[in-house]
Design a protein around this ligand. Structure first.
Ligand code: UDP
Length: 329
């Protein structure tokens, strides 16, 4: 039995590939390398191809006797999705429809899907529960929700079993292997703060200091990438042992940190007095996003191992410090 990881050369995909392999799984990776990095893929077969190539993909599913797909391949920049929504409908929704047809053709019934907290939009309560309303405020979240709904219909029609994992703020890096976050452009807070610590940016812009939070800056739930990876591994196991599953599960620690607290912790971890300046709010940013992680614990038996912010930031710092130019180094 093989797990096929689409988007396995990306940040979360590559860490999940490592986690699966470290637990004895056979893994084959498919990635078009549009945003992923060949060097991020551990020692396993990588097909540089698009998941829209249904014929080739069906062949790969047969050849490796794939029983479960873990699907990361997607575009994931919120701002870009607002500028160019059709790119997101094409590369996320239409491409996933193609992937699902190949799975139906090859009789592969299990899929773990990379979803997002962006499906909730402005939350109605904190912590956010999986049954809370889903009203995305940008095309990125909208396309991820459309895929979750497509998976539900595919469950009914073709018996495809799925677990959609709704990530909160992925951060950190593998604690011993040379792998980490490398996006171009970088838009996420923790790598931006660490780039400022390295002197690659003059300062960090804090988007908004007038939110209804204790220090006025936005609060997010930062989850270590290896804790995300272990949840994917457990989801694969659950699909194999339970079958008949079609569900969505939050992945967060259930604890929120403000932008200001993240910067302060990064100053402590790096020993650098990272410069920061207040700037205006970023459009579409909710004040607080914190997950209820109860379902992940109950259903998957998931336990985060790297839940404290200091560990999240220090593993990320170790990567950025040793690879200031990411995988180009
Ligand atoms: N943020 C910030 N400055 C930056 C990048 C991000 O103040 O240069 C804030 C952003 O407004 C949000 C939080 O940091 O409140 C996390 O943003 P990120 O883009 O990392 O993840 P998101 O929550 O948007 O998925």
């Amino acid at each position: 039995m093989t797990v096929l990881v689409t988007g396995g050369a990306g940040y979360i995909g590559s860490h999940t590939t490592v986690e699966l392999m470290e637990h004895g799984e056979q893994v084959t990776v498919v990635d078009n390398l549009q945003t992923g990095h060949r060097q991020a893929v551990p020692d396993t077969k990588l097909y540089v191809m698009d998941i829209r190539d249904t014929q080739k993909l069906t062949e790969v599913l047969h050849q490796y006797r794939v029983d479960t797909v873990v699907h990361f391949a997607a575009n994931s920049l919120v701002g870009e999705s607002v500028q160019n929504p059709l790119k997101y409908y094409e590369n996320n929704v239409a491409a996933t429809a193609k992937l699902l047809s190949a799975m139906v053709d090859a009789r592969v019934n299990n899929i773990v899907f990379s979803s997002t907290a962006a499906v909730y939009g402005e939350p109605v309560r904190i912590p956010i529960n999986e049954d809370d309303p889903t009203t995305p405020t940008n095309p990125y979240g909208e396309t991820k929700l459309a895929i979750e709904r497509m998976l539900r219909w595919c469950h009914t029609a073709y018996g495809i079993n799925s677990i959609s994992l709704r990530y909160f703020n992925a951060a950190g890096a593998h604690s011993s292997l040379p792998m980490g976050e490398d996006h171009e452009p970088e838009t996420h807070l923790i790598p931006i703060v660490l780039q400022a610590a390295l002197g690659q940016r003059e300062f960090v812009s804090i988007y908004g200091d007038d939110y209804p939070t204790s220090d006025g800056t936005c609060i997010r739930d930062y989850i270590h990438v290896m804790d995300l990876a272990s949840a994917h591994r457990l989801a694969v196991q659950r699909l194999r042992s339970n079958g008949q599953v079609c569900e969505s599960i939050n992945l967060g620690n259930g604890t929120g940190f403000s932008v200001q607290q993240v910067i302060e912790m990064a100053r402590k971890v790096t020993g650098v007095d990272i410069p920061a300046k207040y700037a205006s709010r970023r459009v579409g940013d909710p004040a607080v996003l914190v997950a209820s992680s109860q379902r992940a614990r109950d259903v998957l038996g998931w336990q985060p191992k790297y839940a404290d912010l200091a560990t999240v930031i220090s593993t990320a710092w170790n990567w950025h410090r040793t690879h200031p130019y990411g995988y180009q180094d």
